[in-house]
Design a protein around this ligand. Structure first.
Ligand SMILES: [Zn+2]
Length: 237
């Protein structure tokens, strides 16, 4: 069977679950059976499609035989297909994790594509559910199951559009700095904003270091030029 256009050199594609709408959740595993060096994830928010495209380009540039990283280009396929932040149940997956910070109230974020000058509290009009309970969503449950199975020593979670790098937990020394230097993106120790039940909260509580990497709003060629060298070096390290 011909699969030109979807084959990726050396990567093994594995379905690790299904979305709320029944779309396969896919992880790209490196060649070989050894432990992974890390897990790179993108498009947890479906309106951040540029993160999925960027990671797809990364998979094309880095053969699965030359890395120990596992990669999930799309954590939220329902949202990506609908162009929404939330999954098909209206849940912001980044508020659905069973961390001690999880809260039952609705969460408010900025609408996608908002002018940076309009990023003031009153304009947080994009309303999401955090789920009926912590970990209620199939995407969340599947990702937790995968992380418990792979036990990655580091997670890098790519979002858009804040243009910053935010490291939590015991990230290997120098790594955040080299990512920040490669793309000339500011690294910071604290993150403004209230994100109860966030993926990175859950990771931090389970002892998995995590880097939240926010790219800027830009066209794909510019995003690739700026961010892919650092990601490629990370995957090959
Ligand atoms: Zn996001």
């Amino acid at each position: 069977m011909s699969r030109i256009g979807s084959e990726l050199d050396g990567w093994r594609v594995e379905e690790y679950g299904r979305s709320r709408d029944g779309v396969p959740l896919r992880v790209f595993r490196p060649a070989g059976d050894g432990p992974v060096a890390g897990l790179l994830t993108a498009a947890q928010h479906g309106e951040e499609a540029d993160t999925a495209l960027l990671v797809r380009r990364l998979l094309e540039r880095t053969p699965g035989t030359e890395t120990r990283w596992a990669v999930i280009p799309v954590l939220n396929p329902d949202g990506l297909l609908a162009g929404t932040r939330q999954n098909a149940a209206g849940v912001d997956l980044n508020r659905n994790f069973p961390a001690t910070t999880w809260e039952p109230g609705e969460s408010f974020t900025y609408p996608p594509g908002i002018d940076p000058e309009l990023r003031v509290l009153a304009n947080r009009t994009n309303r999401s559910s955090p789920g009926t309970h912590a970990g209620s969503e199939p995407e969340t449950q599947a990702l937790i199951g995968l992380i418990e199975r792979l036990d990655p020593p580091l997670v890098v979670d790519i979002h858009s559009p804040l243009e910053l790098i935010f490291a939590r937990g015991d990230v290997p020394p120098g790594l955040t700095e080299s990512l920040a230097r490669s793309a000339n993106v500011p690294a910071q120790d604290e993150f403004e904003g209230h994100c109860p039940g966030a993926f990175d909260d859950w990771l931090t509580e389970r002892g998995t270091p995590v880097i939240v990497y926010e790219i800027e709003h830009a066209g794909l060629p510019d995003l690739c030029k700026r961010h892919l060298p650092g990601f490629e070096a990370l995957l090959r390290s």
